[in-house]
Ligand binder design. Structure first.
Ligand code: PXL
Length: 275
């Protein structure tokens, strides 16, 4: 170990797609890691370029499986990782590649943001990915952060309309996976607050922050899961990691970036700006 490696930051890896504008995906993860004092590395799964000439629709280019496996191998060999975050995988093939690598690596903290579809995508397109994610990735996760849509899919519930439903979804997802669950109501549940439910098998806690508008902000889900990952990497308990992540995201939404895109983007500098 050289002089410069003393007092080094925790190291995390994100396995995620690039979303070129930097609102969501890998860039949101790395900005979040850095903002929270964690060194980030990246295994890139796919590249998303919204199409400004076609209603900002998704143009998705997958990274080939060998290139993805190479990145996972390099990062795993380079670092003793403190935590891993899994973001957009995008296809059953990618899920298989990442699940195989994670079985070997067996990280202490494996935070799964079960991204099924992005804003503007058709829910139907995600069915095979959805099944592969449930069968292969969810059992490996230690912590999972489903949004409203993903809660429906992972819990098998028909509807989630209020906090009681969200609590039930969190419990069902925990019971079937063993993972700690942070189920996100976001702007989908009515009322003045953005409510999330934390459940780890014993503690059931409702985390709540005032809503900032009623429109979803790009990068909120990615940044929340990345903030949980960063805090776990730093040694926080899962509940404290969830609480810090919620404050980080709320501040990021209050300081969001407007652009020519049809949605705003979370700014990871929000919490620091309010300090
Ligand atoms: O917000 C989900 C998300 C995650 N990862 C990538 C994305 C998106 C949504 O656009 O493009 C790469």
């Amino acid at each position: 170990m050289s002089e410069t490696t003393r007092n080094q930051p925790p190291v995390a890896m994100t396995v995620a797609g690039s979303e070129a504008t930097g609102g969501a995906g890998a860039l949101a993860d790395i900005k979040t890691f850095t903002s929270l004092g964690v060194f980030g590395s990246l295994a890139l799964t796919c590249i998303v370029a919204f199409d400004p000439e076609n209603d900002w629709g998704h143009r998705l280019t997958p990274v080939d499986q060998q290139t993805l496996a190479n990145q996972l191998q390099t990062i795993s060999a380079a670092y003793d990782l403190d935590a891993v975050k899994i973001g957009m995988l995008g296809s059953p093939d990618t899920i298989r590649t990442v699940a195989t690598a994670m079985k070997d690596l067996a990280p202490r903290h494996l935070v799964l943001d079960p991204v099924l579809i992005c804003k503007g995508q058709e829910p139907g397109a995600a069915l095979d990915t959805d099944q592969a994610l449930k069968a292969q990735m969810l059992p490996l996760a230690t912590f999972v952060t489903p949004n409203h849509f993903e809660c429906l899919s992972l819990s098998g519930m028909e509807e989630i309309n209020d906090v009681a439903d969200l609590k039930e979804a969190a419990q069902r997802i925990h019971d079937s996976s063993g993972a700690t669950v942070l189920a996100k109501g976001g702007v989908r549940l009515s009322g003045p607050d953005a409510v999330d439910v934390f459940y780890d098998g014993s503690t059931l806690e409702v985390l709540s922050e005032p809503k900032v508008g009623e429109v979803p902000v790009s990068g909120a889900g990615c940044s929340l899961a990345a903030a949980v990952t960063a805090e776990l990497a730093k040694g926080a308990s899962p509940l404290d990691a969830a609480r810090t992540a919620k404050s980080f995201v709320s501040a990021g939404i209050r300081h969001r970036l407007g652009s020519h895109l049809p949605f705003d983007s979370l700014w990871q500098g929000g919490l620091a700006a309010e300090a």
